[in-house]
Design a protein around this ligand. Structure first.
Ligand SMILES: NC(=O)c1ccc[n+]([C@@H]2O[C@H](COP(=O)([O-])OP(=O)(O)OC[C@H]3O[C@@H](n4cnc5c(N)ncnc54)[C@H](O)[C@@H]3O)[C@@H](O)[C@H]2O)c1
Length: 306
């Protein structure tokens, strides 16, 4: 199949592009390079369009001749979305609208849209699942919810096989530019700095390795699934457990680090993880990479970057 991957120069995008090419598919990437970089696509046979999803002619060119679209392009930063909600709306909502309009005109039906459980649902009692009432607490979360709404409407009105996959915390190689906890902690450790934990380290998250996520995305396209589906591991990992794994992995390379505990940050969600029953049923989704193995691979990738 020929795929368009929007945001294909970002963290998930470069990993997905590698994954799709290895699975024998052809890939076109559309990215404006605002957050991502083409560096990690080097040597991979993909077609790269440097352009913006807010630009209609560019989007029309990008969808031309593809069989399916994986839509990852977004301004993914929560705090900047609070500082400048209009930019986030234009980028995420108008951009997505342009994309599905171009797909409708070109008769392209299959689409996976990257969404998020955490930012859409707010502070709810875990596990998070598709049946919960969305109450986003940031413009970023609201933008993702709006996109889910448009995809649902395009499925209902135009027969699009459009699914919104709600990712939990994704980690893995090629995440150098990310501020998410695994990437941030590894960069701190390699820079010889201490880790700062806000709270007592009991806060739990659902960490999914990026290859497992790619497996879910491809299964979704293969099966023409539609609607909202939660992806994750279904396993809550306390921050202290993640730190213990990092200590073990870094220790094998003779590297140690300190951890400093600070007061809880106001508004921080204490525990969250996904319920992935629907993904297991609809996609036969089966995340296999153990945290220890995924962290080791990620650590080794960062080490190689120097
Ligand atoms: N990484 C996670 O843990 C996580 C969790 C939940 C949801 N998501 C969603 O998954 C998707 C991919 O996330 P990621 O971690 O790879 O983020 P990322 O920031 O690394 O990648 C996003 C990419 O989109 C590009 N982009 C942004 N605006 C664009 C525009 N207007 N036109 C063209 N390209 C544009 C950026 O340059 C970047 O390369 C995003 O939609 C994000 O909201 C990610």
């Amino acid at each position: 199949m020929k795929f368009l991957v929007t945001g294909g120069c970002g963290f998930v995008g470069v990993n997905l592009s590698h994954y799709l090419v290895q699975a024998g598919h052809s890939v076109r990437v559309l990215d404006n390079m605002r957050l991502g970089s083409p560096d990690h696509l080097e040597g991979l046979e993909v077609e790269l369009i440097e352009g913006d999803i807010r630009d209609v002619p560019t989007v029309e060119r990008a969808v031309d001749g593809v069989d399916a679209v994986v839509h990852l392009a977004a301004d993914t930063r929560v705090i900047p979305s609070i500082e400048d909600p209009k930019f986030n709306f234009d980028n995420n909502v108008i951009g997505t609208f342009n994309l599905i309009e171009a797909m409708r005109a070109a008769g392209i039906k299959r689409m996976v849209n990257a969404s998020t459980g955490g930012a859409i649902l707010g502070d709810v009692t875990p596990p998070v699942h598709e049946g919960m009432v969305p109450e986003p607490i940031s413009p970023y979360g609201a933008s993702k919810l709006a996109c889910e709404g448009y995809l649902s409407a395009y499925a209902g009105s135009y027969g699009m096989q459009a699914a919104s996959l709600r990712f939990t915390n994704v980690y893995g190689p090629r995440s150098f530019h990310k501020g998410s906890v695994v990437a941030h902690f590894i960069k701190q450790i390699l820079a010889g700095k201490e880790l700062v934990v806000y709270g007592d380290g009991s806060q739990a998250r659902d960490y999914i390795y990026v290859d497992d996520l790619c497996q879910g995305i491809l299964a979704c396209i293969d099966r023409g699934a539609a609607g909202v589906i939660q992806l994750g591991t279904g396993i809550p990992t306390p921050l202290n457990d993640l730190i213990a794994v990092l200590r073990d992995v870094a220790g094998q390379d003779g590297i140690s680090f300190d951890v400093r505990y600070e007061d809880w940050r106001p508004g921080e969600i204490r525990h969250t993880y996904g319920l992935i029953d629907k993904a297991r049923e609809v996609l036969e989704f089966d995340p296999r990479v153990k945290l220890e193995d995924g962290i080791r691979t990620t650590w080794e990738w960062f080490r190689k970057q120097g």
